[in-house]
Design a protein around this ligand. Sequence first.
Ligand code: MF3
Ligand code: CO
Ligand code: CO
Length: 267
Amino acid sequence: MSIALKTPEEIEKMRIAGRLAGEVLDYVEPFVKPGVTTAELDRLCQDYMENVQGCVAAPLNYAPPGYPPYPKAICASVNHQVCHGVPNDRPLKKGDIVNLDITVIKDGWHGDTSRMFVVGNDASILAKRLCAITLECLWLGIGQVRPGAHLGDIGAAIQRHAESHGFSVVREFCGHGIGQHFHEEPQVLHYGKPHTGIVLQAGMTFTIEPMINAGKAAISELADGWTIVTKDRSLSAQWEHTLLVMPGGVEVLTLSAGCPPKPATLP
Ligand code: MF3
Ligand code: CO
Ligand code: CO
């Protein structure tokens, strides 16, 4: 099946949705402190999206085939939770690492981005290293994006970096095309071989969102039907941006004022 290229008018709407998704993370960051619950962070984000930004929270009631409707407005995945963590009433504690994943719909168009937060700005060396290497993985993947590149170039760059640091890449979940639908073609794997997969063209929009584990790659799903955890209960990290393939390279659509920049450690 073919991948729709976005028109200039559609790209303008994707830029707006992307920036707004990033700004939700900017807004919530100061609230991510010891003692806060992920349910409180969910409530804060939903209120901001709906009542300040005039957006719809895409996750709420999202129900792909085989899944129950997602019950919350954001995903909050703590420590060994890999992704799709359902916000709950357990307080965060100093040293936890948490991924907050925000997807907004503005004017019918989606923006999808996630970041890691270190609760109390004090985690183990391993936890901080995992978060940093995973951010490098995201940006190494972004660095592959340009017309003429293959999708497999992205996965290969991510896998190489993660595994060279002794970490593993989750296989069951991937980045995705995005636009008027939350999840569109293509699937963007975070592992693979260079020069394989479809060729990128200007006007494609998709996410890159590597999930990297400190231990083994295997995952399990919790009984809520959504929350994914590492099978060995090792720590997991994830960062995500929504991207646009540009004639000359790539534009990151989910940048915002408070977004961590591309790490200076990278070329
Ligand atoms: N935001 C996630 C992604 O990056 C998807 C979450 S689906 C949900 O693709 F229903 F859990 F929100
Ligand atoms: Co996504
Ligand atoms: Co997301």
